[in-house]
Design a protein. Structure first.
Length: 264
């Protein structure tokens, strides 16, 4: 069991500390903007894990509790505002943000051609869609979207230029029923568990110890998200069945998955 106390370094008047007590870590922040949205991460090699998030109160204070190891850093307004230990943590966190930005730009560039191809190809999971709209599932997705606060702005590390980028694409339209998964594509790098033209997936941490990770995906057409997908990995062959509308699909990454898709 670990016990300890460490100060956080901060920018723009922000300060705070991390207190560890028996494996539970508590992060206390002060000097934030009232109502500012804060995200607490821990470094995990070259990646970072989102541990908790929420708004600062009217006095600019916030408190978060979680388990897990790794140096702590806090994002606010899409930038590293506080960090644990020395400058190395700040540089590693900034490098991770930069990799997310580059991955997002590469994904948009690649989507330029593949969204056109998706217009003429049947979606990978099209056969899973019920004959009639499944209203309870759509309403449940809308409820989840309301629970998860959306990012206030895209991550960036240096000021954006005044002119429009030469390779700029139209903004992707996310229907209300799809916004529950939008945030994951801004927080986590993309990966490709399936050979699925027109689909994009993000690998996200799982809550339970028996599942190594989960995946969320979307398929866009005409600059609008048309379908979303949830995938849970299992053992090679045919993992234990999941309840509900999940269907079995073999993956191309050495795992097989149970996948649920929704039209949005």
């Amino acid at each position: 069991m670990a016990y300890g106390y460490a100060m956080l370094r901060g920018r723009r008047g922000a300060a705070g500390h991390v207190r560890e007590d028996g494996g539970k870590r508590t992060v206390c922040l002060r000097g934030m903007e009232p109502g500012e949205w804060c995200r607490v991460y821990t470094l995990n090699g070259q990646q970072a894990d989102l541990r908790d998030e929420g708004r600062a109160d009217d006095t600019g204070k916030a408190q978060f509790s979680f388990g897990g190891r790794g140096a702590v850093f806090v994002l606010a307004e899409g930038k590293v505002r506080l960090w644990e230990d020395g400058e190395e943590t700040y540089l590693r966190a900034s490098s991770w943000l930069e990799s997310l930005r580059k991955a997002k730009e590469a994904l948009k560039e690649e989507s330029k051609g593949e969204e056109r191809a998706a217009d003429t190809e049947a979606p990978l999971f099209k056969e899973d869609k019920p004959e009639e709209a499944n209203e309870p599932e759509e309403k449940e997705a809308e409820k989840e979207a309301e629970k998860i606060p959306q990012p206030e702005e895209a991550y960036f590390l240096r000021p954006a230029g005044e002119g429009e980028a030469a390779d700029a694409l139209p903004d992707l339209i996310w229907p209300e029923a799809a916004k529950a998964v939008k945030r994951y594509f801004e927080l986590y790098p993309p990966f490709a568990p399936f050979a699925a033209p027109g689909w994009r997936f993000a690998r996200i941490p799982a809550d339970g110890p028996d599942i190594p990770f989960c995946a969320v995906g979307y398929r866009a057409q005409d600059s609008r998200v048309r379908q979303i997908a949830y995938a849970v990995p299992g053992a090679k062959g045919r993992p234990a069945a999941l309840p509900g509308a999940y269907r079995f699909y073999p993956g191309q990454d050495g795992r097989d998955y149970w996948v649920m898709t929704q039209e949005v």
